[in-house]
Design a protein. Structure first.
Length: 279
């Protein structure tokens, strides 16, 4: 969380799932709003959304498998297993349905969750994500990355710098040093052995899910940053086009971590989307 941002009190709870015990940060009360972050990020990247919506919603910020306070990963997984993991979290908390916010990995998982668990998805806001399989160059690049990282006790500065380039838009890099510092600190703190399983699963092993997302019946807003250097706008637009009735929004001056880089714009877009839904 950037230093100048207020902190809503969060209580934590570890929940058993098929992907180990998952650490969740919970605040507020009301309809559940579940937030699943990008690779290398943790639940608190959604702090600004917890601040904004915590007065009317129960906010559930997830440390995704292998990240933050969740158990380290020891195997590969599928995005469908991530969706089942989320269903198990909701079951444990006694929550039937939710509004789902997902960024990158969370956005991909969110689309799959909405397709597989339609009755449990009130609505979904999917940010900076794709329904495509990784291309061969991306597969080669990320497999080489994890091959190196598996032999290192900490993330080297070169890889942290690369994460900043992949995550922060040009505008954020130039004008929001507190966001860049947050990205650096969060990436530097990861468990390298654990996140290698996640990186391999979410990037080179990822399947194409356009056909599956064609079966989504819940209201969906797909958002992306105009400066996203991980998933270009046309790739995210293709995901939105695959989801029947979805809305699509591009945020100017924003990169891959929209909710962290431009919280006011993202919160306003989410609020407008939710107001437009049937009661």
């Amino acid at each position: 969380m950037p230093e100048n941002q207020a902190a809503i009190p969060l209580r934590t709870q570890r929940i058993p799932t098929l992907l180990g015990h998952i650490n969740v940060h919970i605040a507020g009360s009301g309809p559940a709003m579940v937030c699943w972050p990008s690779l290398l990020m943790t639940g608190p990247m959604w702090q600004a959304q917890a601040e904004y919506f915590g007065g009317t919603h129960q906010m559930i910020l997830i440390d995704s498998p292998g990240h933050g306070g969740s158990d380290p990963l020891t195997r590969h997984f599928t995005l469908e297993e991530c969706a089942e993991c989320l269903a198990q979290i909701l079951d444990h908390l006694g929550i039937w349905d939710c509004i789902l916010l997902g960024n990158s990995w969370g956005g991909m998982m969110g689309g799959i969750f909405a397709a597989l668990y339609p009755q449990r998805t009130r609505a979904a806001v999917l940010m900076n994500c794709t329904a495509s399989a990784a291309g061969w160059r991306q597969k080669l690049d990320f497999r080489l990355m994890t091959l190196i990282l598996r032999h290192l006790p900490v993330i080297p500065k070169l890889f942290v710098d690369r994460a900043v380039t992949a995550f922060a838009g040009i505008t954020t890099e130039r004008s929001k040093p507190e966001v860049v510092a947050y990205i650096r600190a969060t990436v530097s703190a990861v468990d390298t052995q654990s996140v290698c399983w996640a990186i391999d699963s979410v990037v080179p092993r990822r399947a194409d899910h356009h056909a599956l997302m064609g079966g989504i019946t819940s209201p969906v807003l797909v958002m992306t940053g105009a400066e996203d250097r991980t998933f270009p706008v046309p790739e995210t637009r293709a995901m939105a086009d695959a989801i029947p009735g979805s809305r699509f929004k591009v945020l100017p001056g924003v990169g891959h971590l929209a909710a962290l880089e431009a919280p006011q714009a993202v919160n306003a877009a989410i609020a407008e989307f939710l107001k437009s839904l049937p009661a």
